[in-house]
Design a binder for this molecule. Structure first.
Ligand SMILES: CC(=O)N[C@H]1[C@@H](OP(=O)(O)OP(=O)(O)OC[C@H]2O[C@@H](n3ccc(=O)[nH]c3=O)[C@H](O)[C@@H]2O)O[C@H](CO)[C@@H](O)[C@@H]1O
Ligand SMILES: C=C(OP(=O)(O)O)C(=O)O
Length: 462
């Protein structure tokens, strides 16, 4: 198993640059399915496993994609399938976002039920309610959903019981070329919704009100491919802000947008962290001790659930007791058990966690149970005594591009130790003996040899 190894105790200093937002690029790539003519060119596309995965889904549907240097050109003029393959959809929930565009383009779609994941059951009833209101007939097979519409989707007034990000996006995409007007009430207001609406509007759609609770979409005949730059990732930015604060560091997070990070900035300031917002980024300067604060996750513009685990890690070094309440997902405290292994004092009662700051953190062998849980473990490891080995890093690599090299560049003592399988695979690709590849990895400082060897690569190679 590959691992990230962190030796705690370094103060982070310098500049770290944020990539394009995972949660924007995934719906935008799905929306590229709607372009009946021309190519879409998407810029600032992060090299993430989730992006690779949605591009594979699009390829199976007949979209030609060419990637170069952080951009992707997509040609979706002739689709060849209405079926999103099970083995790809099951890997990533966001692949469900192709349902709206496929219904709009082909009037038909077959897709696996995305199922739950570590953070909660994550139903899709609000997506389906929207499609049904627009005239789609929905049937359930063995683990699959099949939907079709007689003719074109029709505009409708849709009230979401929950301001779901994914349902708002899926319905917006389906409505873009529907007959008549669609109104989404209690729509999600996240910046990623606005980014998607901007992309759709550039393609020729008429979407108004994105970023507010009511979105109005006038259906148009067809959409064309256009160029688009994805917004910076506010969760990645927030994670580096917390990494800086936890180490008592001074870090400029280039690309971070203050308006997208309001509640994170507010909570850091309440704790006593100095925040300087500049035109193209945010500087975080922290001097310990920090004050304990209470945090409650809410849909945007409330405090983001995707920043809850990292904030909990920061509260471990604050003076006093903090309370964190998770209201968006029912099971998003999986990181607690792992943080406790590192010496954290946290008690969970239902959707509330009580954190007693100031406990001494020590390096341990821990496992990322989901993406942001993994980020929280890395943050805690930065200040723990000794060495922490974080497993389950495929979760982290789903959402953080170059996390290890970015943190190393601002002073963290952090390495990615590849799994024996990865070493063998890479050696084969490069036509190298595994031993020589190990030497190269060491030279690249991706992991010191003792770390690689301690991971039992050696016996596998023998
Ligand atoms: C790819 C992407 O953008 N992922 C983000 C998106 O996920 P996602 O779009 O899946 O999250 P939603 O906003 O849909 O989910 C919010 C809540 O609504 C519930 N729900 C959702 C849909 C539905 O039909 N029925 C229902 O009950 C969910 O179980 C959850 O409790 O928003 C979440 C909430 O900010 C973030 O944590 C994820 O990082
Ligand atoms: C929960 C997240 O993502 P996803 O919806 O892709 O699982 C996240 O980004 O923290």
């Amino acid at each position: 198993m590959s691992k990230i190894i962190v030796r705690g105790g370094r103060t982070l200093q310098g500049t770290v640059r944020v990539h394009g937002a995972k949660n924007s690029v995934l719906p935008i790539l799905a929306a590229a399915l709607l372009a009946e003519e021309g190519s879409s060119v998407i810029h600032d596309v992060p090299a993430l496993d989730d992006v690779k995965n949605i591009l594979q889904v699009l390829a199976a549907l007949g979209v030609h994609a060419q990637q170069s240097d952080g951009s992707v050109r997509l040609q979706a003029e002739s689709l060849i399938s209405y079926e999103a393959p099970y083995e790809l959809v099951r890997k990533m929930r966001a692949s469900f976002l192709v349902m709206g565009p496929l219904l709009a383009r082909l009037g038909k779609v077959r897709i696996s039920l995305p199922g739950g994941c570590a953070i909660g059951t994550r139903p899709i009833d609000q997506h389906l309610k929207g499609f049904e209101a627009m005239g789609a007939e929905i049937g359930f097979g063995q683990g699959t959903i099949e939907a079709s519409v007689n003719g074109k989707l029709r505009g409708a007034r849709i009230y979401l019981d929950i301001a779901s990000v994914g349902a708002t996006e899926n319905i917006m995409m389906a409505a873009a070329t529907a007959e008549g007007t669609t109104i989404i009430e209690n729509a999600a207001k996240e910046p990623e919704i606005v980014d998607l609406a901007n992309f759709l509007n550039a393609m020729g759609a008429i979407v108004r009100g994105a970023g507010t609770g009511v979105i109005r979409i006038e259906g148009v005949e067809k959409l064309r491919g256009v160029e688009h730059h994805v917004i910076p990732d506010r969760v990645e930015a927030g994670t580096y802000m917390i990494a800086a604060a936890i180490t008592g560091g001074d870090v400029y997070v280039e690309g971070a947008i203050r308006d997208h990070l309001g509640p994170v900035v507010a909570k850091l300031e309440e704790m006593g962290v100095q925040i300087e917002c500049e035109e193209n980024g945010i500087r975080v300067i922290a001097k310990h001790p920090l004050k304990a604060v209470d945090v409650k996750t809410l849909p945007y513009p409330g405090y983001p659930t995707d920043m809850q685990a990292q904030m909990m890690a920061l509260l471990l070094v604050a003076d006093g007791t903090s309370i964190v309440t998770e209201t968006v997902f029912e099971n998003r405290f999986m990181h607690v058990e792992e943080l406790v292994k590192m010496g954290a004092e946290i008690k969970v009662d239902g959707r509330t966690a009580i954190i007693t700051g100031g406990a001494k953190l020590s390096g341990a062998s821990v496992c990322a149970t989901d993406l942001r849980a993994g980020a929280a473990l890395i943050c805690a490891a930065l200040v723990a005594d000794g060495s922490t080995e974080v497993g389950g890093i495929h979760h982290i690599e789903r959402g953080y591009m170059d996390l290890v090299s970015k943190l190393a560049a601002i002073g963290a003592d952090i390495y990615r130790a590849p799994s024996p399988e990865e070493v063998l695979e890479e050696a084969e690709k490069a036509s190298l003996q595994p031993e020589n590849l190990l030497q190269q990895l060491e030279q690249r400082a991706s992991a010191p040899a003792e770390v690689i060897r301690s991971m039992k690569v050696q016996p596998t190679l023998a």
